[in-house]
Design a protein around this ligand. Sequence first.
Ligand SMILES: Nc1ncnc2c1ncn2[C@@H]1O[C@H](COP(=O)(O)OP(=O)(O)OP(=O)(O)O)[C@@H](O)[C@H]1O
Ligand SMILES: [Mg+2]
Length: 356
Amino acid sequence: MQSDYEQKIKELEKVNRILTKKLERSEILRVALEENNERKEAIFLQVIHELRESQKILQGQSQDLEQALKKLQAMQSKLVESEKMSALGILVAGIAHEINNPVNFIYGNISYAARYAHDILDILQCYQNLYPNPEPSIAAKIKAIDLDFVKKDFIELLDSMEYGTQRISEIVRSLRIFAHLDEAEIKKVDIHEGIDSTLMLLRNRLESCPPLPAIQVIKEYSNIPFVECYAGKLNQVLINIIINAIDAIEQKLEIIAKEADNSNFIPTIKISTELLDDEIIIRIIDNGTGMKPEITQQIFNPFFTTKPVGKGKGLGLSISYQIIVESHQGQLECNSIPGVGTEFVIMIPRQRVFEE
Ligand SMILES: Nc1ncnc2c1ncn2[C@@H]1O[C@H](COP(=O)(O)OP(=O)(O)OP(=O)(O)O)[C@@H](O)[C@H]1O
Ligand SMILES: [Mg+2]
């Protein structure tokens, strides 16, 4: 009986050992499986991480590409615009050149015509003094043409013709200075002559045109030396900035008219020049609408405009910036106070080696 028990216990112990061994083996298997799972999970996470990274890189690259495309488009439009401007410049200079000769011809002869007219009228006066009572047919003719009026009007007419042709020759001269195509690209120029010719070309927008009042232009020119520059391009900058100033003033006049504001607003553009540490500084100040800082920040960006479609392309200032900063190694700055006005400061070195 005793041995029977012992036998059973031994058997049980054996089964227990076998079971323990099996348990140990399955524990090892479980741990191995878990490790395997963890490894797989880590690999999975790594793959996801790498995917995210490459997605980010791709996004960055497509942003770079988009920016490069935008830059290219802007460059292209600037090129087209400056091409157009130079083509226009050639056309303007050509026309100005063609008009110059006949106008000078008229202008040169008109003073002779006036002198001859005076002489003939003097002689007529002599005749009238000698024969105060002409024969009836002549007296009738004198009455018919109203000789006294003709004598007076003839001289006035010649004066106004002289004034007219003088203005045409001034405009033609301004056009030629403005286009500057009859001269080498880089040359020493009189900045004041450039400003004056630009103002002359914009005269119709500066003069009073009811209901708009005239814009007064205050010039404060210093005694500055001639400046080495691309004269035609510099004039393009001046015209862009002055047109913007006129637009801003006209916009302010509209606001004043709407508000029925009777304040004594005098539309003014002030242009000053000075030489400071071998740099020429041109300031163009208007008392137009002014700009909020968030607008001022963007004005040199190509295609940025606040003007209605068809009025502004948003290229004037970006082209001007390129001309001053890139072609002349200068600076172009803008200071503006909303409701008060705007100042543009052009700074160009008096002498330098220019880039092509
Ligand atoms: N003197 C100024 N006063 C107020 N705002 C100005 C002035 N000059 C420029 N701006 C602002 O800057 C913007 C950009 O000027 P920019 O000359 O580049 O383009 P534009 O005048 O709108 O069009 P474009 O010159 O191509 O005909 C203008 O639309 C305007 O909002
Ligand atoms: Mg403009």
